[in-house]
Ligand binder design. Structure first.
Ligand code: SIN
Length: 277
């Protein structure tokens, strides 16, 4: 197995592994360390059934249930389809993940990793980008770091700001009562002790002690400071690619810049995380 860095601050590529086969403890440890160190890891040239994919993701931890149960594979429900053919009740195609976000922040223990495996790809475009929120946090001026330290976001299934994020997570098929969950705006990764910004703009109803509007203004400011080219890994999908990242140090987004008549299908698995602190 070879691990090659793709840029100084984010992204590494793994080659020389067929993860349909069992791996030894050292390989498993190196894979886990590579995700934590590089934030995003692309493992090339895999050829999985859904069951084999799920078993391979389990090298990183315990797969967990996901929102949008209508996208679960019936015979392998911890694996979900991420498809450009999903429609809402009115028959309109939904564009999940078009804006920067991190997954399932309204869970008390949100996922440690998000994992995507390419099944069908458009002839060009349809990239997935991951941004290093650890580097984003490190680059903040000291006064902003001080201001946000200890702040908590109030997370719901779909926050009131969602209307301003067109195409992001809006899905009329899902009507759930919000169960607010508090998350730290700055979290520390237990695997390396490093701090990172941690929030989902759509799932954040507000920051504790601030109104929704001021909260969104602060999150937008943090996002603008963080989403810099040198902190981003933009993954151009190839057949056989498996992309996995560390949600404790990342936000991600999908690009809808391809012919919508072409099919894009990824299999997604989430890996259970710890209580964010
Ligand atoms: C997601 O936000 O989980 C999906 C990303 C993608 O479709 O590239």
């Amino acid at each position: 197995m070879q691990v090659t860095k793709l840029s100084p601050l984010i992204g590494a590529e793994v080659t020389g592994l067929d993860l349909r086969n069992p791996v030894d403890a050292d390989t498993r440890r190196r894979l886990n360390e590579a995700v934590v160190d590089n934030v995003a890891l692309v493992i090339r040239d895999q050829d999985f059934t859904p069951e084999q994919y799920l078993a391979a993701v389990s090298l990183f931890g315990e797969p967990m249930d996901q929102h949008f149960t209508q996208y679960a594979l019936p015979h392998c429900p911890l694996v979900h389809e991420v498809s450009n053919r999903h429609q809402d009740k009115s028959g309109k195609r939904v564009k999940h993940g078009a804006g920067w976000h991190t997954d399932h922040t309204n869970h008390v223990r949100p996922p440690k990793n998000t994992s995507l495996y390419a099944v069908a790809l458009p002839s060009s475009g349809g990239d997935t980008a991951v941004v290093n929120m650890r580097a984003g946090y490190d680059a903040l001026p000291g006064d902003i770091k001080q201001k946000i330290q200890g702040m908590k976001t109030v997370n719901v299934f779909q926050g009131s700001a969602s209307a301003t994020y067109s195409g992001q997570s809006a899905d009329a098929q899902v009507e759930k009562k919000p169960e607010p969950v508090l998350q730290p705006l700055v979290r520390t990764n237990p695997d390396n002790g490093k701090k990172a910004l941690y929030f989902h703009p759509v799932k954040t109803e507000n920051i504790v002690g601030m109104n929704a509007e001021d909260s969104q203004a602060l999150l937008n400011d943090l996002l603008e400071r963080t989403v810099r080219d040198e902190f981003i890994y933009r993954h151009k999908w190839r057949k056989g690619d498996w992309l996995i990242w560390d949600n404790r140090a990342a936000m991600h987004r999908a690009y809808f810049d391809y012919d919508p008549n072409e099919y894009r299908l990824l299999y997604r698995v989430l890996v259970r995380g710890e209580l964010p602190v």
